[in-house]
Write a protein that binds this ligand. Structure first.
Ligand SMILES: NC(=O)c1ccc[n+]([C@@H]2O[C@H](COP(=O)([O-])OP(=O)(O)OC[C@H]3O[C@@H](n4cnc5c(N)ncnc54)[C@H](OP(=O)(O)O)[C@@H]3O)[C@@H](O)[C@H]2O)c1
Length: 250
């Protein structure tokens, strides 16, 4: 896949699925804005050998003003943006047995990072894409939006449901302006986010939920995003692609 000439912003590119996506896009020749929050060292390491193609961009997406600053610095650094990959996210536990205050704090943090920040970036991207005649938004959703989550992750599932509806509405509303939107919905994927759950519940529980015999790795998700960025999937705008090792068939 040739992604030379494509300028792409990837949020949460310092580790996990976002890092695999950013690496894949760089390898295919794209110019990439690598967003990170706390993990600067990892973002810089990923860029080793790709210094002329990539630029690290820091922002805490919980703060709306930092989201706006991220967009502005990304446009300045890349010149223009063809595709935004909205990948950064958190998977925070909040059982109903917590105090109402603690439960609500986790709800707000989750929604701020997983839905408010993508919403703000979507708005900025639409204005930018309008001015340049088009662009793509790729949202990293979750299986949780479709099959629900367990009792400790209600905010997470709600945030991913919102993200999915946002993507479909962008696809529906702005297609005539050459703006496309798609969702990639992973199931369990071997990253820091999933390891915490596996450590608590055991790997067998996760394997029991899928048709394949190994857990999905970030590298199993990344090429699909490259294909979407290439423009060869534009007529699938509004779609959700499940990458969940056959969870629904099992
Ligand atoms: N892993 C799974 O099983 C799974 C399943 C379905 C969907 N997903 C989705 O896939 C996406 C990536 O997940 P992952 O497993 O790769 O997660 P991960 O390994 O925990 O990485 C999360 C990324 O998001 C960034 N991030 C977290 N909080 C942030 C904040 N406040 N501001 C800015 N950036 C922040 C992190 O940046 P720093 O490290 O630099 O702080 C990191 O780059 C998420 O949207 C997740 O919901 C994952």
């Amino acid at each position: 896949m040739d992604l030379h000439g494509q300028n792409i912003l990837v949020t949460g590119a310092s580790q996990g699925i976002g890092a695999a996506i950013a690496r894949y896009l760089l390898e295919q020749g794209a110019r990439v804005g690598l967003h990170y929050n706390r993990n600067k060292e990892a973002a810089l390491k990923l860029l080793e050998g790709f210094e002329s193609q990539g630029v690290p961009l820091q922002a805490n997406l919980e703060a709306p003003e930092e989201v706006a600053r991220l967009w502005d610095t990304a446009v300045t650094a890349l010149g223009h943006i063809d595709t935004v990959v909205l990948n950064a996210g958190v998977f925070l536990s909040h059982l109903p047995s917590q105090t109402p205050e603690a439960w609500w704090e986790t709800w707000k943090t989750t929604l701020a990072i997983n839905l408010d920040a993508p919403g703000l970036l979507t708005h900025r991207a639409i204005l930018h894409f309008r001015a340049q005649g088009g662009g793509r938004l790729i949202y990293i959703g979750s299986r949780a939006a479709f099959r629900g989550e367990t009792d400790a992750y209600l905010a997470y599932a709600a945030s991913k449901g919102g993200l999915t509806s946002l993507a479909r509405s962008v696809a529906r509303s702005f297609g005539k302006e050459n703006i496309t939107a798609m969702v990639v919905a992973p199931g369990f994927t071997r990253t820091a986010m999933a390891e915490a759950f596996i450590a608590e519940h055991g790997e067998q529980r996760v394997l029991d939920e899928i048709a394949l015999n190994t857990l999905t790795r970030p590298e199993d998700v990344a090429p699909l995003i490259g294909f979407m960025c290439s423009g060869q999937m534009d007529h699938a705008t509004g779609t959700v692609v499940d990458v969940n090792a056959g969870s629904y068939m099992h």
